[in-house]
Write a protein that binds this ligand. Structure first.
Ligand SMILES: [Zn+2]
Length: 342
């Protein structure tokens, strides 16, 4: 039995543990960057060394706390190395920021406005790589093509009705992390990833509902829209920062205003983008329910997923509305005439 030796889950303890490793993850990205900003122009070598060391130390702490929390409260069988590996993407972001900022500090005084070319040349390809990130899951041996013929034919049938082409299904091995999840990637060629832990625990109707939801994301090109909402404004905002800095050399007040505007936009714009992302989730739910002609399988799936992943029903995340809100919307649909829903 999978559940043997598992401690009774204590929600509050688990929340506290989660908060600790989420904060450590945030520090992993922010602290090294701060060191470079503060020390970079005074001593590039010392600041790089201390930033990379800080980043590495924080990666270790993050993995350790993540691992201990998940093992204690959820009885995962994944190892510390598994969690270390899962922290590597944050570590990568942290180090890209360190070297990107050093590049800015070096280039800005010498090249002025032309530094914008550097900003765009670094960020544009990076975004393309990130959009294709789950390829990394396959390369890392975590994902393989889904072979269950029942799931494949049900998906094919739904995809046809939703007018979605170019869909490939993969399973991700997250059984040892006890993570039940599914997601769609690719802005034009669509890949849907489903964790084997989700397939273990949901009925076939519920799995179909989850896949209908992911197909709806593909149908509505939500990945492409999210990229447009998050990535491209970031490039423009970084360019505005460079522009602001260059203007300060001749007009301190105007330059500072431009710089401050770019800085504020970097913090405020993602809030707007995430608001749209939560709307995309509700939109995908509606399409999934209309495709299935029944809201109950999706409601069942959402309830099971939040129980399996120990996510409170009333808690929304940055990118997803709360399960309670999603269920309420679906119930409103199921009660009315589905054909008349906009
Ligand atoms: Zn979704």
């Amino acid at each position: 039995m999978q559940d043997q030796g598992r401690k009774a889950p204590s929600d509050r303890g688990y929340r506290r543990g989660q908060r600790t490793y989420v904060i450590l993850g945030g520090l992993l990205v922010i602290l090294p960057e701060l060191l470079v900003v503060l020390l970079g122009s005074a001593d590039p070598i010392l600041s790089t060394l201390s930033a990379v060391l800080t980043s590495t130390a924080l990666l270790s702490l993050y993995s350790l706390f993540y691992f201990r929390t998940e093992r204690k409260y959820r009885g995962v069988s994944a190892t510390l190395t598994d969690y270390f590996r899962s922290g590597l993407s944050l570590y990568m972001i942290s180090n890209i920021l360190i070297f990107f900022t050093l590049g800015m500090i070096y280039l800005l005084p010498r090249f002025g406005l032309a530094t914008i070319i550097y900003v765009d040349a670094v960020f544009a390809p990076l975004y393309l790589v990130l959009a294709r990130f789950p390829i990394g899951l396959r390369v890392g041996g975590r994902a393989e093509p889904l072979t269950d013929t029942k799931i494949l034919s049900a998906t094919k049938e739904m995809a046809q009705r939703m007018d979605v082409d170019n869909v490939e299904l993969y399973t991700v091995d997250w059984r040892r992390f006890r993570t039940a999840n599914a997601f769609q990637v690719g802005p034009r060629r669509f890949s849907i990833y489903v964790s084997n832990y989700l397939l273990d625990n949901l009925s076939s109707e519920e799995v179909n509902a989850v896949l209908a939801h992911e197909l709806a994301h593909a149908r509505k090109r939500h990945v492409m829209k999210s990229m447009a909402l998050i990535f491209f404004p970031t490039i423009v905002e970084m360019d505005v920062l460079v522009l602001g800095y260059v203007i300060t050399q001749t007009n301190l007040v105007l330059g500072s205003i431009v710089f401050a505007a770019g800085f504020a936009a970097i913090f405020l714009e993602p809030r707007l983008a995430f608001r749209f992302q939560r709307r995309f989730e509700l939109e995908a739910d509606v399409i999934a329910v209309r495709t299935m002609g029944d809201g109950r399988p999706l409601i069942g799936a959402l309830e099971k997923l939040s129980a399996l992943n120990i996510v409170p029903n009333n808690k929304r995340s940055l990118t997803h509305p709360s399960v309670a809100e999603r269920i309420r919307r679906i119930e409103q649909l199921s009660a009315g005439d589905l054909a008349n829903v906009k």
